[in-house]
Design a protein around this ligand. Structure first.
Ligand SMILES: Nc1ncnc2c1ncn2[C@@H]1O[C@H](COP(=O)(O)OP(=O)(O)OP(=O)(O)O)[C@@H](O)[C@H]1O
Ligand SMILES: [Mg+2]
Length: 233
């Protein structure tokens, strides 16, 4: 079967600064991949390239199917109601019905006619997720979608994303700084550093996962990020 994502020798520079320096990556259809790495290491850059938003690159990046991206910030248009933000660009006559169905999936139907600025951070992120889902993507790119949320909302969002992924089965590439989040959700974790993938972890734990079940593997992933758990404790 064709890969959902195939990247070979991907290279990206901004002026003299090389940000991606030879990335090779294949993602299977329906696979959930998490991308970890320190701030500024090129995670958002990689996602933007995969979304087709930046074509000035070296090497190859192929995403044959449809792709949606939820950005690091929700980026809703404040002058459009929530449902319009979702249906915008769909060019379908039944845009409202489609938007309402997507809102139902993220449990926000009652905010369909709200203005984006009246939403909480978590609600805005759910709208952003609905907007990405409504395109029925083969590849869903999530750029730290839960970064700014409190711990409880984050947990609810993990369940929501896992639930949506189970039902729709897109390939997912999730950027996160949270090792536990990566371990709870992903089939595979990639660590990015200095423009390269420096470590890969396969997470073979059964789902749904609990925090306790990921503790052991967490130490190994943290070590690849340069964190010594014993020392930090
Ligand atoms: N349009 C641009 N012009 C110049 N430099 C850029 C541009 N976009 C990103 N960069 C630089 O490329 C590097 C990687 O940026 P990127 O946004 O991909 O990092 P990131 O891994 O997503 O970081 P964070 O975890 O903080 O979101 C950074 O040093 C950033 O300053
Ligand atoms: Mg980023």
């Amino acid at each position: 079967m064709a890969k959902a994502v195939s990247v070979r020798g991907l290279h990206k520079a901004f002026g003299a600064r090389t940000v991606l320096n030879g990335i090779d990556l294949e993602v299977e259809p329906g696979e959930f991949v998490a991308l970890l790495g320190r701030s500024g290491c090129g995670k958002s850059t990689l996602l933007r390239i995969l979304a087709g938003l930046d074509r000035e690159v070296g090497g190859e990046a192929e995403v044959p199917g449809t792709v949606s991206i939820a950005f690091q910030q929700p980026r809703l248009l404040p002058w459009r109601r929530v449902w319009r933000n979702i249906s915008l660009g769909l060019h379908k006559p039944d845009g409202r019905a489609i938007a309402l169905k997507a809102l139902e999936e993220v449990r926000l139907t009652d905010h369909a006619d709200a203005w984006p600025l009246t939403l909480s951070g978590g609600e805005a992120q759910r709208v952003s997720l609905a907007r990405a889902l409504v395109r029925e993507p083969d590849v869903l790119l999530l750029d730290e979608p839960f970064g700014a949320l409190d711990a409880l909302t984050r947990l609810a969002m993990h369940h929501l994303v896992e639930d949506l992924w189970t039902r729709h089965k897109p390939a997912v590439l999730l950027v996160t700084h949270d090792v536990d989040e990566a371990l709870l959700l992903a089939d595979r974790i990639l660590v990015l550093d200095e423009g390269r993938i420096v470590a890969t972890h396969h997470v073979d734990l059964p789902r749904p996962r609990r925090r306790a079940s990921v503790v052991e593997q967490r130490t190994r992933v943290l070590a690849d990020l340069g964190v010594d758990v014993e020392e930090a404790a």
